[in-house]
Design a protein around this ligand. Structure first.
Ligand code: FAD
Length: 405
């Protein structure tokens, strides 16, 4: 019984609300979301939603559930269009605009927000890509045939590049580091991924940064640190995110690059659990703290956090081998585990359109990570090996077997 309040109406928050009902929770559920939209799915925003024009089939809004399902079947009260402003643990309440919503159980799933570049406010044509509204604006610019500069060769920026090339548009990607994705997949595989850009006609410039974005009211050109300039109608900034925790300052929650939680996603404040991109929790699978920004773990954490919130006495740890995917051109990149490694070994070489790439990551004598390109049929096998703590030799033997098969 009682009231469950979920703050953040996206993937993790929605999963929390759905899982509460599935688990038989009969009390009131309130889902609070800053955006006016019903909960929607983000990965398509930089993929199918962008790849083609606004009137194509993939272009529909990726809403998770119709309002009737949320309201009538799941009995969720939707409070959308205003951010929660504060959490008051002493009164067990969340403040939303001028209203205080009391909770008995709370799940915080406010996710992350895109980092912006300084001094670009008010310049039209400069966008981040985190929300549906962002994606609508970026797509409209692509529909108009924009010459595009992407700042940051991360996954989202790379997907934008891929979408622009599918439309035959010119695109330049500017990356400050010498290799893209070093933190996400390591140096060696960052290079391999970068080659996909070059092969598909994306102008990838590494080791340079953006000095200035110029234009008279709207973007006209981007000036780079090597002195060159690139003419542009659209700039997409993909330089990472920050956890959306500003509203929790002073609430008593521990904030340190995310809401710091224990293995059960408990914040340390009675009744309050956290899930998704906003959480930094101790992942028992690796015995260390991490904050993931991946779809699969956000969904799973939403479910795990609410189960624990509703029944704290029986709270169970949430443990996972991280997994994410990204679609570039006609290839799917997938990664499981952790990218920091003593050694990365390519055990299957990529032949675009013909053969998958498999790279294995070793720490000490264990398999700790795996990356595939077009390796949908094997990636989860490697995840399974990491999950069961497989040794490096066992992993190599398995790879050998798969290669022969
Ligand atoms: P979010 O989706 O960030 O949602 C948080 C919600 O909380 C937002 O709606 C926000 O408006 C709301 N909010 C924030 N502050 C407040 C407040 N104070 N009060 C109320 N509401 C608030 N992952 C993959 O694994 N593979 C992919 O291919 C992939 N592609 C992606 C492509 C894009 C363009 C983006 C943006 C992300 C992608 N991701 C991908 C990551 C994945 O979408 C996220 O991990 C996931 O959305 C996290 O869900 P979440 O619910 O934790 O947070």
């Amino acid at each position: 019984g009682g009231r469950l309040v979920v703050v953040g109406a996206s993937l993790a928050g929605l999963r929390a609300a759905e899982t509460a009902r599935k688990a038989g929770f009969g009390g009131a559920i309130t889902l609070v979301g800053a955006e006016e939209h019903l909960p929607y799915d983000r990965p398509p925003l930089s993929k199918a939603f962008l790849d083609r024009g606004a009137d194509s089939a993939g272009a529909c809004v990726p809403t998770f559930r119709p309002v009737e399902t949320l309201r009538d079947e799941l009995g969720v009260e939707l409070v959308l269009g205003n951010p929660a402003l504060a959490l008051h643990p002493a009164r067990k309440a969340v403040q939303v605009f001028d209203r205080e919503i009391r909770y008995d159980h709370a799940v915080i799933a406010t996710g992350a927000t895109a980092r912006r570049l300084p001094a670009t406010e008010g310049l039209r044509g400069v966008h981040t890509l985190r929300t549906l509204d962002d994606a609508v604006a970026v797509r409209a610019a692509l529909d108009a045939g924009a010459r595009t500069v992407v700042v940051g060769a991360g996954f989202i920026g790379s997907e934008v590049a891929s979408g622009a090339r599918k439309r035959g548009l010119e695109i330049t990607v500017v990356e400050a580091l010498p290799t893209p994705l070093v933190r996400a997949v390591g140096q060696a595989m960052g290079e391999v991924c970068a080659s996909l850009h070059r092969r598909n006609g994306t102008d990838l410039r590494c080791g340079v940064s953006v000095t200035e974005i110029q234009g008279d009211g709207r973007v006209e050109r981007v000036v780079l640190s090597d002195g060159s300039t690139v003419e542009a109608d659209l700039v997409v900034v993909g330089v990472g995110t920050e956890p959306a925790t500003g509203w929790l300052e002073g609430s008593g929650l521990t904030l340190d690059n995310g809401i710091v939680c224990d293995e059960t996603l408990f914040t340390g404040v009675e009744g309050v659990y956290a899930a998704g991109d906003v959480v930094r929790w101790r992942n028992p699978a690796f015995g260390r703290q991490m904050r993931l920004e991946h779809w699969t773990s956000a969904a799973e954490q939403g479910a795990a956090a609410v189960r624990n919130a509703l029944e704290p006495a029986a709270a169970r740890p949430y443990s996972t081998v991280p997994y994410f995917w990204s679609d570039w051109y006609d290839s799917r990149i997938q990664f499981v585990g952790l990218p920091q490694a003593d050694e990365v070994r390519v055990v299957e070489e990529h032949v675009p359109g013909r053969h998958r790439c498999v790279a294995l990551y070793r720490e000490g004598d264990r398999l700790t990570g795996a990356l595939t390109i077009d390796g949908q049929s094997v990636i989860m096998k490697y995840r399974g090996l990491i999950m069961k703590n497989a040794g490096w030799d066992e992993a190599l033997a398995f790879a050998e077997q798969r290669r022969a098969a």
